[in-house]
Design a protein around this ligand. Structure first.
Ligand code: M6R
Length: 614
């Protein structure tokens, strides 16, 4: 998604804003721009560039604009192609005010037509530009910035986090937030505004989040905030966790590689953090122990990798707690008929806690009085603030667009929660619960051992071989099917290879027609002997059509290993934890294929880390 950064204070805004934008470039990176009130001329100066932020940096190095109040933006285009014309900031007709924006103004075409009818001149194809023209119109009429904001937000439909800069109010910025995240960082006689606290990059120690539907006048020494009805609101400043603002690659070629290697420790931290909750779990999660015992259904909501973790967790909850569980895609769930049920626990999963589709479902569920537990990696996220309770994964900052350690920690937390609920409901003993926690740590060991055992083979031999194929089929059964979905997503997003995951049993119902010697078939086995036998039959169907099998198998599964061109072999482990054991090797393989194909890896084309628009 796009990111916005603003600065008001005593220092030069340009380098601070560019530094902030570089930390947020993961959110969107097809063009960027910077504007500030020039110290000399007292007018707004602006520079924009297409492509990576480094292009903007170069332009500003050649022709600097100096000013203590400025705004900046990196764009991930939704309305209008990536171009200088469409890059933010966007200006009013007289170039006296400018805006940067993250989100989508859904009714921009109607507003734009009306404003053009009144003589406003537009310079871009974006939805964003209407914000500054509506504001310009209202400011001219009311001569009050506060009234103008109130009248502007009344007209805008959609989601937005934006920052306005006005030449005639050169000592402040205006931040406005509806649905998309926006926060303010407080330093010594200076303030930052940004889409994500990462932008503050060690510059501030305190941060406050704009509540839903609020705006604020942010000056160097004060913040004056209001809700959309014009009532004053207080922003609560809290200490910023240093870990979240200092994420570096630490010698790894890519963040993704570093994050793959961090998984064993992230699982350990997640299990330790969950178990340290003790009885306070129920208070934190917003559901009492009694209510937990009465639950009849669990519904999990998420997108992308988080949805895959939820699909995997269906097996944990159903088989361990006996509670019927389904995982739904947030973007689909929202537009289906909703049946409110009092004995259902909803779990909203999101690494970032800022995914718009997931948040919209949460808002709808909460309006219906449903119990929603957030499972997220970011304690300060909107998801935590909007759900009735939360459970945190301890992955630490995940910078690569492709989710890796967020995925394994989500699985670990969901596995832990299923065991904890089973214990609370008297389904398992305390001893069994403790054993399950230990087993999670063992799965983390297996994940890391798998990487150590196979990384040389993968980087030196397999990656260059598999990098030559343009399509892949992934097969799994039972819990290894949603795992196959995740593997296919990884290959698509970082290596740009078309890959399709199927439940292995579906093969003969159609996809078998695709099998030939040009399409590797990656089969994820299962430790359960009965399921393994079925997977083996599917592998035989592939082999007899000259399909090239790459398998992830378990010790003793000799027949599958023999049918495979290559096989990664893992120690036998409980089926629920088998996916964790396979994860490291799967991710390293996809990473190495992407690298062999010369892909960007940490910032795949067309994608953004945090998808804050629907
Ligand atoms: O932050 P979230 O977990 O809500 O993000 C959801 C998806 O956008 C995300 O999992 C995406 O699919 C991954 N980056 C894929 O690796």
């Amino acid at each position: 998604m796009c990111s916005v950064v603003g600065y008001v204070g005593h220092r030069q805004s340009c380098s601070l804003i560019l530094d902030g934008l570089s930390r947020l470039e993961y959110r969107g990176y097809d063009s960027s721009g910077f504007a500030c009130i020039d110290t000399q001329t007292r007018h707004l100066g602006c520079t924009k560039a297409v492509g990576r932020l480094s292009n903007l940096v170069q332009l500003l190095q050649k022709e600097p604009i100096n000013g203590n109040v400025g705004i900046g933006h990196t764009r991930w285009s939704t309305h209008g192609i990536p171009s200088e014309r469409n890059a933010h900031p966007h200006f009013d007709c007289h170039k006296k005010m400018a805006v940067v924006h993250n989100g989508i103004i859904e009714n921009y075409q109607i507003l734009k037509a009306a404003l053009q009818g009144e003589g406003h001149l537009f310079s871009s194809d974006t939805d964003t530009e209407v914000i500054v023209h509506v504001f310009e119109q209202e400011y001219a009429q009311t001569e009050s910035a506060k009234e103008a904001v109130l009248r502007t937000v009344e007209q805008l439909q959609g989601a937005y986090a934006c920052v306005l800069i006005l030449e005639d109010q050169p000592d402040k910025l205006i931040g406005i937030r509806k649905s998309s995240p926006l926060c303010v960082g407080r330093g010594k006689n200076e303030m930052f505004i940004a889409s994500d606290v990462l932008a503050f990059s060690g510059q501030v120690e305190e941060v406050a989040f704009f509540p839903q539907e609020t705006f604020a006048f942010v000056a160097a020494d004060a913040v004056e905030a209001y809700d959309f009805l014009g009532n004053p609101v207080s922003l609560f400043f809290e200490k910023l966790d240093a870990l979240w603002i200092t994420a570096e690659k630490e010698g790894h070629e890519h963040f993704m590689l570093k994050e793959i290697y961090e998984q064993k420790s992230a699982i350990y931290k997640t299990v330790a953090s969950c178990s340290s909750l003790g009885a306070s779990l129920w208070e934190k999660s917003g559901i009492s122990s009694d209510a937990m015992k009465a639950i009849k259904r669990i519904k999990i909501i998420g997108c992308g990798t988080s949805w895959h973790a939820g699909r995997i967790a269906e097996f944990f909850f159903e088989e361990t707690t006996g509670i019927s569980t389904t995982a739904a895609l947030a973007s689909e769930f929202r537009y289906r008929t909703f049946f409110p049920e009092s004995d259902t626990l909803y779990i909203a999963i999101s690494q970032s806690g800022e995914t718009a589709d997931t948040l919209e479902v949460v808002r709808m569920l909460r309006q219906h009085g449903q119990t929603v537990l957030a499972l997220t990696n970011v304690a300060s996220s909107t998801l935590v603030r909007e759900c009735g309770g939360f459970l945190l994964t301890q992955a630490g900052p995940e910078m690569a667009v492709a989710s890796t350690k967020a995925f394994t920690t989500q699985i670990a937390a969901l596995y832990w929660l299923s065991q904890r609920i089973a214990y609370e409901r008297g389904k398992i003993t305390q001893e069994a619960f403790e054993h399950a926690q230990d087993a999670l740590l063992v799965a983390g060991e297996f994940l890391e051992n798998g990487i150590d055992s196979y990384k040389h083979q993968i980087f030196e031999k397999l990656a260059s071989f598999y990098a030559n194929f343009e399509t892949f089929i992934f097969l799994g059964r039972h819990i290894s099917y949603p795992f196959a979905l995740e593997a296919a997503l990884k290959l698509k997003e970082i290596a740009y290879v078309f890959s399709q995951a199927y439940p292995a049993g579906e093969l003969k119902h159609g996809p078998l027609a695709l099998v030939d010697d040009q399409t590797p078939v990656c089969i994820f086995s299962h430790p359960d002997p009965a399921i393994y036998q079925k997977i083996l039959s599917n592998a035989q169907e592939v082999a007899s059509r000259k399909g090239r099998i790459l398998s992830f198998s378990f010790e003793g599964q000799k027949e599958l290993q023999t049918l495979s061109e290559h096989s990664f072999i893992f120690p036998t482990i409980h089926p629920h934890l088998s996916v964790i054991a396979m994860t490291g090797v799967m991710q390293i393989l996809m990473y190495a294929i992407a690298k062999a194909r010369g892909c960007e890896i940490d910032r795949p084309r067309n994608l953004a880390k945090s998808v804050t628009v629907e």
